[in-house]
Design a protein around this ligand. Structure first.
Ligand code: SF4
Ligand code: FES
Length: 263
């Protein structure tokens, strides 16, 4: 049985033509919104109305609408992904709001995530951090028998928890320093906890942090807002692990010596 009710809402939405122009809030009425709709479906309804009237629809990123792809970035009433814990904007339902509510909708705010249009930001900085080392390139041979490499249950669980990061960027948007430490530490940890990640473990952490700094993300000052905003519950323990690895990498780093030559 459907618990459907209809809400009459007012939306204050950030509108911005492109990265070069100034943005500002515009107000839209959103009448007759079913409580069974998702937040993105509600925006679809508002956009249909805007298109029908010949106006520019509100631009927002989305793909899976299942909490998997991490693209539905938006700040809803001051919180990345809205008021529900561990919920992406696409999985947020309108039953989380009350009839007559006014809802503010903005893009992620961080210098490293420039606004492209309305609610869409450029998160290419995350891709460049992954490209700096978030992978395994050491030869691992052909597929081995299952369990040929021993992995403790605890490490397997922690690696899986870290791998749950969907790269949405809510941690950056929630952090007062716009730090990307939670994201980077999840991507470092998922490989640092498994045998296959060991050959490049310290080069990886060094290079990914260097890229993170080059992208002008802020530093971590232990506010914990990132963990609170993360839709996948990534723990700040990953930041502690990354810091330990980074310290070890700094103490043991030697510039690479060119290979070749005699002997
Ligand atoms: S750590 Fe959490 S909030 Fe940050 S990018 Fe990953 S899933 Fe999103
Ligand atoms: S649209 Fe994929 S996580 Fe929201």
């Amino acid at each position: 049985m459907s618990s459907e009710k209809n809400l009459n809402l007012t939306l204050n939405v950030w509108r911005q033509k492109n990265a070069q122009t100034e943005g500002g809030f515009e107000t839209y009425a959103a009448p007759g919104i079913s409580t069974d709709m998702s937040f993105l479906e509600m925006l679809d309804v508002v956009n249909e109305e805007l298109i029908t009237k010949g106006n520019d629809p509100i631009a927002f990123d989305h793909d899976c609408r299942e909490g998997i792809c991490g693209t539905c970035s938006m700040v809803i009433d001051g919180r990345p992904h809205g008021p529900k814990e561990r919920t992406t904007a696409c999985q947020l339902h309108m039953r989380s709001f009350k009839d007559g509510d006014t809802i503010a909708i903005e893009p992620w705010r961080a210098a490293a995530f420039p606004v492209q249009k309305d609610l869409i930001v450029d998160r290419g900085a995350f891709d460049r951090i992954i490209a700096a080392g978030g992978f395994i390139s050491a030869p691992t041979g052909s597929a081995q028998d299952a369990n040929a490499l021993p992995v403790s249950k605890q490490n397997a669980d922690l690696a899986m928890d870290a791998a749950a990061c969907i790269g949405c960027g809510a941690c950056v948007a929630a952090c007062p320093n716009a730090s990307a430490m939670l994201f980077v530490s999840a991507k470092v940890s998922q490989l640092a906890l498994l045998p296959q990640g060991q050959p490049e473990r310290y080069i990886r952490v060094r290079d990914m942090i260097a890229q993170m700094d080059a992208e002008e993300f802020g530093t971590c000052t232990n506010h914990g807002e990132c963990e609170a905003a993360c839709p996948k519950g990534i723990s700040v323990e990953n930041i502690a692990r990354m810091n330990r690895d980074y310290l070890k990498a700094s103490l043991t780093y030697r510039p690479e010596v060119a290979s070749g030559g005699a002997g």
